[in-house]
Structure formats: C-alpha cells, structure tokens
Design a protein around this ligand. Structure first.
Ligand SMILES: [Zn+2]
Length: 512
C-alpha cells in the first residue's frame, strides 16, 4: 500500500479543521452563508499555515448545494464531483513552474467557459509571486473583467513581490503562524487515532520544530513515525531533528550572558561531539536567547514552554539585563547567513558565541554601547552613594608609611593615585581621575581641577574624597587634604572670572 503523508491524509476538508486562522475562517464562511462572494482573493502567509487548504475548502464551499456553517457538506453531488482531481471547475496553477506563462494563457482562454458542476469556476494560483511579468499582465487582464462565474484565489508567501495593480484588485487575507499548542494538540489527536504511543515532551519538541507551520510539523511527525517503533520519546525526536537538548542550550546561553567563555566553548564542543548539527544548534541558541529576552522584558517566561525549561529561562533572565540579551541575540541571529556560506560552520558559531560572551574584546557599536552602559551604571551608583564598584572601605591612614614615590610633586602624586585606582578596579573613579586637567599643591592641599560637573561630582563625593586622601597619603607617606575645583561652573569659566576681577575690581563681581 502506498504511504500517504500525514499532511495529505489529515488535510482539512472543512473550515473548522483549519487551525489558527479563525479571523479568516469567520469572514470566508460568512461570505458563503450570505452569498457575498468576491472574485479575487489574496491569501498570504508563511508556508504550511493553511493557504492552499483554505482555498480548496472555499472552492468547494461556494459550489456546495447545502453548505454546513459555511463549509462544504462533502456529500452532495457537487462536493463529490469537486473532490476528484479531474474536475475542471477547480483549477490549481503552480506559478513556480515555468513562471506560469502557459498556464495563465490557458486560464485566460478557458475562463470564459461556464463551470460544469457548480456555480463557480475557481482558479487557485499557488506561489503567485513567481509569475513572470508577462504572466502577471495576462492575469491582470483577466482580473480586470472576470466573468461572473470566476473566482481567483492567489496564494503567496511573499506578498511584497506582487505588483500594486494585482494587490489593489484582491481581497487580502493574512494567514498567521499557527500557535504551538494548537499544532501539538493536532499531532496528539493524530497519534491517538493511529495508535502511536508518545511522550508529551516528544510532541512538544515536534510542535516547536514546526515553527508555526502545520505542514512542517506534520512532516517531522512523519519522520518520527518511520524512525521509531515503540513509544516515541523526546530523545527520539531530538535525534531525528538533530536538535540540541535544552539543558545544554540553557547552559550555553547562561555562559554567554555571564561572560563565562570556557563554559560556552565546552558546551558547544559537547553538543557537536554528540553529532548534533551545528546549524540546528545555532538556530536553537537563537530561539533560547529569544525566550530569555521575552522573560527579561515581560518579567515571566512564555507560558507555552515546558515547565523545567521555563524555570531555567527565569533563572537566567533574573541574572542578566535587556541590553546584554539583545546584543547576544542579534549576534546569534545574524549567523544564519554566515553559516550558509562557510565550510566550517562550527568555527563561525563558536566565534559568534564568544563575541556575545566577551564584552571587552567586542569593538562593535553594540559592544561599546554595552560597556558605556556598564560604566554609566557604575558611575550612577557611585554618585548616589551606593557603591557597587569594588570600593574598599577607606581605612584610617597610618601616619608612618614608607613613601613609594620618586618625588612629591603634585603630578607624581596624582599619577600614582590614578594607577592605584586602576589596580583597585575602581574604574568609575579612575576614569574621572584621568580627566583631571590640572593638579597642584596649595598650602598642603592637593588641588585637582576639572572642567565638567560629572567629574567634579564624582571627585567631590564624600566617599571618593576620603578614598583619594587615603590613597595619596599612604603613597606619599604624608597627610594631605584634597579639594576638587570645577573650572566650568554654570557656563562660566574661573579663568575668565579671574581676568574680569583683575580688570574691573573684585567688589563689582558677585558670583553665585
Ligand atoms: Zn456539498
């Protein structure tokens, strides 16, 4: 006996069996019930979402002698006649073959003849965007003045490739990706019906891999049926898909988001050694990062995910931030093209995963932005007195301390301070200390001049001032006081004010 694929065997014959397209079904069935059928329809959407099935059901429904709730009854003589492939009343044209020129010409010639069985002749043009310009023009002529008995249903996955002249003449229906739950329950029903035992996780994996396409999910289910004899397990499905298991995926993503590069490489290696396909791994990583991003933004993981996976996603999401995930996601998502054109996909995936992991070596704009963000974050917390950067408590300075400096000029002391701040990992304070424009001693006080309020606020923050005093005192072995002056106050310049004072006389100048 010839094996019929699940997709053909379980192709819907009534609208209520068309999954996930309620918005379209409602309109089409109403048109059948009310007899307000149009002449040109455009069905768009990803492959496997039910465009052709909907077109075929509609073709029979408009002709059916006693439609039930807008769907064909399946038993009347017209339904019977139209269900055979030999019918002349429902014609399917595949635009992908030969650009469809001959078929469209034939269509033009035959459209004038009335239908044999029912009320309407229905032309279904699949992949209509593949038509050549000539074929489009021929089709357009027909669409402009269709005979009353003709209905055209144009189906396409790439609606943007259609000329405006065609679009403007059609009633457009956008087919959505079918929700995973719906696909899963459909597969469960089919397996129950044919008596195939399964693990729920296995069904979940098949539905996920279908990515919103019933057709894709059913062809995977087909593969699973032919590869597994007994109960279909989650591991079986992963084997068939070459998919990576979720625990490893979560671990790799966690490594990426926490900057643990050796873990990332180790886990990728483990996955590849198990014989997993690298392309699939890269796609799975992108999908996992996406799940984490959704959780970071909305505060909870997608409800349709399996429980153990959900808790893994929440745990990772709670320890990372939006920018970091977004950056990792965009790096991993952009891989799809790179992988296609490389002879060593593994290296490409590893390099990308590392780039997403190691912020410090990433000189892309996103990488730099991420680092600026981190610095700003540190700065803000230091300014607000909540010190998150490693900031040792200012220790009381021992008065007797061996000086470690070559001389005790202000420049030498400041230079040593800057180096010490860097060594201590106090990067926010370090970057401000670097920006100081001038340092000098004024009666035993070290004076640092800056020219902006950010540096000024940072250096005059009480905790920081204490830290600076502590460091310079221990470095030089002397007790110094420290002040910071901002030469740009409210747009005024201290130098300019000094000049003005000299020229005009101090009494005339009042500075707030
Ligand atoms: Zn019927």
């Amino acid at each position: 006996m010839k094996y019929t694929s699940l997709y053909r065997r379980y192709r819907p014959t009534t609208f209520d069996k068309l999954f996930g397209q309620e918005h379209i079904v409602r309109t089409l069935t109403n048109q059948v019930k009310l007899g307000t059928v149009g002449h040109a329809y455009l069905f768009t959407g990803t492959r496997g979402t039910g465009k052709t099935s909907a077109a075929k059901i509609f073709a029979r429904a408009v002709n059916c002698l006693s439609p039930i709730e807008g769907s064909p009854c399946g038993v009347c003589e017209v339904c019977q006649a139209l269900s055979t492939t030999a019918t002349m009343d429902v014609l399917e044209i595949d635009a992908a073959s030969n650009n469809g020129v001959d078929e469209i010409r034939e269509l033009r010639d035959s459209v004038a003849y009335p239908p044999v069985h029912g009320k309407y002749k229905v032309y279904i043009v699949d992949e209509v965007h593949m038509l050549s310009t000539q074929a489009f023009n021929a089709l357009l002529k027909t669409l402009e003045e269709p005979p009353t008995h003709a209905i055209f249903i144009l189906a396409t996955t790439e609606v943007h490739k259609l000329p405006q002249t065609i679009l403007s003449r059609c009633m457009r229906f956008d087919f959505r990706l079918v929700p995973k739950d719906m696909i899963a329950s459909h597969i469960r029903d089919i397996f129950d019906e044919i008596g195939k035992a399964y693990e729920l996780d296995a069904i979940d994996a098949i539905a996920t891999a279908g990515e919103g396409s019933v057709r894709d999910a059913l062809s995977i289910a087909d593969m699973c049926l032919s590869c597994s004899d007994g109960k279909l397990t989650h591991a079986d499905v992963l084997d068939i898909l070459g998919a990576s298991d979720r625990g490893t995926l979560l671990s790799i993503c966690e490594g990426i988001l926490t900057g643990d590069s050796s873990r990332v490489l180790r886990d990728i290696d483990k996955t590849v050694r198990l014989g997993r396909n690298v392309n699939v791994l890269s796609r799975d990583l992108t999908a996992t990062l996406r799940d984490i991003m959704i959780c970071v933004i909305t505060g909870e993981p997608d409800k349709s995910l399996a429980d153990t996976y959900r808790s893994g996603i929440s745990a990772i999401a709670s320890r990372t931030d939006k920018d970091r995930v977004l950056r990792a996601l965009s790096i991993m998502a952009s891989l799809e093209n790179d992988i296609r054109y490389t002879t060593s996909p593994r290296v490409v995936v590893e390099a990308a995963a590392l780039r997403a992991t190691l912020l410090k070596t990433d000189l892309s704009i996103e990488g730099l932005l991420q680092r600026v963000n981190q610095l700003e974050h540190k700065l803000a917390s230091v300014e607000s007195g909540v010190v998150s950067a490693p900031q040792p408590k200012p220790t009381p300075t021992p008065t007797i301390k061996q000086p470690t400096l070559a001389d005790d000029s202000a420049d030498t002391v400041w230079g040593a301070l800057v180096r010490t701040l860097k060594q201590k990992g106090m990067y926010a304070l370090y970057s401000c200390a670097l920006e100081v424009k001038q340092v000098f001693f004024r009666e035993g006080t070290l004076v640092a001049r800056v020219d902006n309020s950010t540096d000024y606020n940072m250096l005059t923050n009480e905790v920081n001032t204490k830290e600076i005093i502590s460091i310079i005192s221990s470095l030089s072995g002397k007790q110094y006081a420290f002040v910071c002056e901002n030469t740009k106050v409210e747009g005024n310049d201290l130098e300019a004010i000094a000049t003005l004072k000299r020229n005009v006389g101090e009494d005339f100048i009042k500075i707030h």
